[in-house]
Design a protein around this ligand. Structure first.
Ligand SMILES: Nc1ncnc2c1ncn2[C@@H]1O[C@H](COP(=O)(O)OP(=O)(O)OP(=O)(O)O)[C@@H](O)[C@H]1O
Ligand SMILES: [Mg+2]
Length: 249
């Protein structure tokens, strides 16, 4: 459905992504894990058109979408939930949700808002409050809800677990599973490898701008090098796994 082939992104002289190659199948929840600065956000931003692609290909349903402007990508129903949520704190919860529907005509908005509220009942309780008054977890729910208002076929999430308590992370990842069951394909970028691998179907490991390992999430979670770098003691220090990871299955 979504295919990246050797996508390279440069920020001036800095290479943000060296070789971004992955695929996301229909109704799949795939996670992309990697240390700080590995290029995870850059890869998502390349898909969503926020940063230009220097070389390589991005295909969606067989058509090239590399180089499309962000709003054109959203119209193809590929919608990103950005790093740090980026909700509008001085607007109400419901106003934030309505912003997510900006690419659409106004029909059925009420129905879609109701769908978001049934997914996240806490947003309904707070619909008229300033978004800035929500807890971190609720703000993340709002960011996801806002993305859903664009009726995505593909949802791209950039570290939704950041700064959240483990129980809320569980709740949010369980919701992602639910969305996948409703037919949305999900690419989840995470530093929280432990939780992400538990909820995902497949996983990719990004190291210094390259996809170095891929496979079923359960297998990746058992991989010795991944355990060492992301699931063990080293995870806390954010150590990269470049020297140990070579095999790309
Ligand atoms: N706007 C920018 N200008 C210059 N360099 C950048 C820019 N954004 C990212 N980079 C560099 O590109 C590389 C990849 O960064 P990116 O933000 O994609 O990593 P990441 O995996 O998302 O990291 P994190 O886990 O910290 O969010 C890093 O070396 C980073 O310093
Ligand atoms: Mg990032």
């Amino acid at each position: 459905m979504l295919l990246l082939e050797a996508v390279r992104v440069c920020y001036g002289a800095v290479v943000g992504l060296e070789d971004g190659s992955l695929r996301l199948n229909d109704r799949e929840l795939v996670c992309l894990i990697g240390a700080n600065g590995a290029g995870k956000s850059t890869l998502l931003n390349a898909i969503s058109g926020v940063v230009p692609v220097a070389s390589g290909h991005i295909l969606f349903d067989g058509e090239s979408i590399g180089g499309l402007r962000p709003e054109r990508v959203v119209r193809r129903r590929i919608v990103q939930v950005p790093e740090g949520r980026q909700i509008f704190v001085r607007m109400s919860v419901e106003e934030n949700l309505l912003l997510g529907a900006y690419v659409r005509r106004n029909e059925e908005l009420g129905q879609d808002i109701d769908r978001v509220y049934s997914l996240f009942p806490r947003l309904l309780e707070r619909r008229t409050q300033y978004a800035g008054l929500l807890s971190g977890g609720e703000q993340q729910m709002l960011a996801i809800g806002r993305a859903l208002m664009a009726r995505p076929r593909v949802l791209l999430l950039d570290e939704p677990s950041m700064g959240l308590a483990p129980l809320i992370v569980e709740e949010i990842f369980a919701t992602l599973r639910q969305l996948r069951e409703q037919g949305i394909s999900i690419l989840l970028v995470e530093q929280n490898a432990r939780a992400a691998l538990r909820f995902s179907d497949r996983a990719y490991v990004l190291t210094h701008g390259r996809v170095e390992l891929e496979g079923p999430a359960a297998e990746i979670a058992k991989n010795e090098h991944v355990r060492e770098a992301f699931l063990g003691k080293a995870a806390a220090s954010g150590r990269a796994l470049a020297p140990v990871l070579k095999s790309r299955k």
